[in-house]
Structures are given as C-alpha cells and as structure tokens.
Design a protein. Structure first.
Length: 132
C-alpha cells in the first residue's frame, strides 16, 4: 500500500494522466463496439457481422481492463473513468484521506476524507503540513 505525499502525487501525475487517457480511450472503444453490436442485433443479426464484432468487443474489454490495471499499478484508485476521477491514498495526521484529481487538472490541488467523495473536496493549503 502506497501513501502519497502531495509532492509524490504531483511528481507521478504526468505518467498517471497518460495511463488514464489510455484507459479512457479503451473505455470509449468498448462503448462504440457495444453500440455497433447492438445495431447489428437490432437490424440484420447475421452471424457474419455479429461474430467478428463480438470478438472485437471481447478484445477491447480485455484491453480496457489491462489499461485500468496498469493505471492502478501506479498506486492510484480509479473512482470513475467516465467522470475522470482518480484518488491517491494519503494521510492527514493519522487519518487515511484521498488526494483527489479530476481529468483536466494539471496538479493535485484537493483532498477529501475517506468517506467523502468528489463533493467533499477541500483545497490543499499551500503549506499543508498535515498531509503526509
């Protein structure tokens, strides 16, 4: 289990963003193939169209899970690929907290308690000595 300081989290953020974008791209590919497959089912429902598309979908799902696993190997926790939310485990005094990142942010600027989600985000003070 890795606990991140703000500096640690910001240092690996560029790599985390790259890995997040890969997972997001794979998720979007899965969604697109699911829609195409549904269209084939609703219209022609021919094996010649269905089977290769289903195989592509299986492969895309596997790639999405691999990309997600690769992202979480950095120590972050995916809260939502769709909303672009990742959390970095941290400590505030002796309490477990999350350093919170949303897609589009260029640095870690927020944290929240373990039980709170995105809506409970609090800004990190410039000199927040309380965080690990």
């Amino acid at each position: 289990m890795i606990y991140f300081t703000i500096n640690d989290a910001n240092q690996i953020l560029p790599d985390v963003i790259k890995k997040f974008e890969m997972a997001l791209a794979k998720k979007n590919e899965v969604t697109k193939l699911e829609q195409q497959l549904q269209m084939v089912i609703n219209t022609t429902n021919k094996f010649e169209e269905y089977v290769p598309l289903k195989q592509q979908l299986n492969s895309a799902v596997t790639q999405f899970y691999e990309a997600s696993e690769n992202l979480e190997k950095t120590g972050v926790v995916i809260k939502s690929i769709e909303q672009g939310l990742l959390d970095f485990p941290s400590k505030r005094f002796d309490e477990d907290v999350w350093l919170c990142w949303k897609y589009g942010e260029t640095e870690i600027k927020f944290w929240h308690d373990k039980e709170e989600g995105f809506m409970g985000r609090k800004p990190i003070d410039v000199n927040d000595e309380s965080l690990v």
